[in-house]
Ligand binder design. Structure first.
Ligand SMILES: *Cc1c(COP(=O)(O)O)cnc(C)c1O
Length: 416
């Protein structure tokens, strides 16, 4: 009832940017969200990778309560207690040297793009030959502001807003030859997501990542790793690039950093940071006391509770269960991912849409991305029993739908 009146009001009052599911959530606890009627939903999406410690986590609640009584905002004209403490933690876990705080993912990415351009300007002033062009990848997603959409592959996100930032060329995903062909001294930065999120859970190959590193080294261009979705523990390491043993010059994080309090950060090397001097870049809200205090609580909780090992363990279990499911259903064409960033690709967009909807009817929240890919980005505190609930629901839904469509289940392949 409440839902319907809110829907009607939003339809009239909001810019129509979203197609929401018809559910009104009022609270959450652990890995569950509760709707207005008191129904609990198992959340395998965590608000698109944000609520990493789940809902109503005591460390987060207590930090917000404590900080709200002390100080919410001072602006970047003054010091506050938490900035340096958080920056120290972020540099320790990333292997990078310096941090710029923002309020969202796309702002952190804009800071990375501006840093690459400023780095290039600085190198040119020293007589080096380096241009202003970015290379970005097919299926990439870097956010919704003008620079971010310019480096985002999907035309639908760019073209209605044109002209966006010029000087971006797209490289075929994981195609080293294409990367080498398009790279030149004109390039100021190569943009990658070590694990692509919106693009459908695609892992960059070691060869491609290494080639990008080597090409950047040859000219002074910056290697920019967007870890907004795959970073800060999502894949079982603090940063997805740590699976490859390759260090970028710049990385950006956001989604899970403060468990739902808006925040982002750009991290870079000392060398790259030389390009920025006071006054060149900034933000009113970025790195405020509340967001910093909560981010410290999130990182310290993850260290104390050994969350990375948990993500790796439950993630591997989840992936193996999805792979088992794939043996029984011909409609599953691929299982991909690392840690708790997983994708199940189906052979039809309609089927993927139906499965996501029917999971929702069973009160299990998943998401569909890139048309055919079911995406799982659960809270890091997910347990095996939750995985089992989700897998048996998926199994039942896939059985029912493929039977309806007259597609024979993969009988011979099924066992156990
Ligand atoms: C979500 C996301 C962004 C944009 O973050 P916002 O906070 O929505 O601006 C950028 N890059 C990647 C990889 C993302 O997943």
């Amino acid at each position: 009832m409440k839902l319907e009146s809110i829907q009607a009001a939003e339809n009239k009052l909001l810019v129509q940017t979203y197609e929401r599911n018809p559910v009104l959530f009022v609270s959450g606890q652990g890995v569950y969200l509760r709707d207005e009627n008191g129904n609990d939903y198992l959340d395998l999406l965590s608000g698109i990778g944000v609520s990493a410690l789940g809902y109503a986590h005591p460390a987060v609640e207590e930090t917000i309560a404590r900080q709200s009584k002390r100080l919410l905002h001072v602006s970047n004209l003054f010091y506050h207690e938490h900035t340096a403490d958080l920056a120290l933690r972020l540099t320790e876990i990333s292997g990078l040297d310096r941090v710029f705080f923002s309020n969202s993912g796309t702002e952190a990415w804009e800071a990375a793009l501006k840093l690459a351009r400023a780095n290039s300007t600085r190198l040119r002033a020293q007589g080096r030959t380096i241009g202003t062009k970015f290379l970005a990848l097919d299926h990439s997603f870097h956010g919704r502001t003008m620079g971010s959409v310019a480096t985002t592959a999907k035309a639908k996100y760019r073209e209605p807003f044109g002209p966006v930032m010029p000087d971006v060329e797209f490289v075929q995903f994981n195609d080293v030859a294409d990367l080498r062909a398009k790279f030149s001294s004109e390039v100021c930065g190569i943009c990658i997501e070590p694990v692509q999120g919106e693009g459908g859970i695609h892992l960059i190959s070691s060869e491609f990542f290494a080639a990008a590193r080597e090409l950047c080294n040859s000219t002074g261009a910056l290697l920019l790793a967007d870890e907004i979705q795959c970073g800060l523990g999502r894949t079982g390491k603090w940063f997805a690039y740590q699976h490859y043993g390759i260090q970028p010059d710049v990385t950006v994080v956001a989604k899970p950093i403060a468990n739902g309090i808006p925040m982002g950060a750009m991290l870079c090397t000392n060398e790259a940071a030389l390009a920025i001097t006071p006054g060149m870049h900034g933000t009113t809200f970025g790195g405020g006391p509340l967001a910093c205090a909560v981010a410290i609580a999130v990182i310290d909780t993850m260290k104390r509770e050994n969350t990375l090992a948990h993500v790796e363990e439950v993630g591997a279990f989840f992936k193996s269960k999805l792979q088992d499911l794939a043996k029984h259903h011909d409609c599953i064409t691929d299982v991909r991912g690392l840690g708790l960033m997983l994708g199940l690709e189906l052979n039809s967009a309609d089927l993927a849409k139906k499965v996501a909807q029917q999971m929702m009817e069973r009160r299990i929240i998943i998401n569909r991305t890139s048309e055919t890919v079911l995406r799982f980005l659960p809270p890091y505190i997910l347990e095996r029993e939750h995985v089992e609930t989700a897998i048996s629901a998926l199994d039942a839904i896939l059985k029912a739908n493929t039977a309806l469509a007259g597609v024979a289940p993969a009988g011979e392949k099924s066992h156990g």
